[in-house]
Design a protein around this ligand. Sequence first.
Ligand SMILES: [Ca+2]
Length: 59
Amino acid sequence: MHGLDFPAGYPTVLADGDLDGDSVLDSTDEVHAALATGSAVDVGVVKQFECPAIPLPRR
Ligand SMILES: [Ca+2]
């Protein structure tokens, strides 16, 4: 999971990335569009999920 920062403010992000005009970034394409213009900035991984190794019983 990556965090996004909006240095120019959310309205600018919407102007650049809200492709269908519904006032939310609700698709990967819209987020990518906003990232491409620089109005949204990927601040990196903010949450990681660990995948536990489950030991199987030996036979
Ligand atoms: Ca949208």
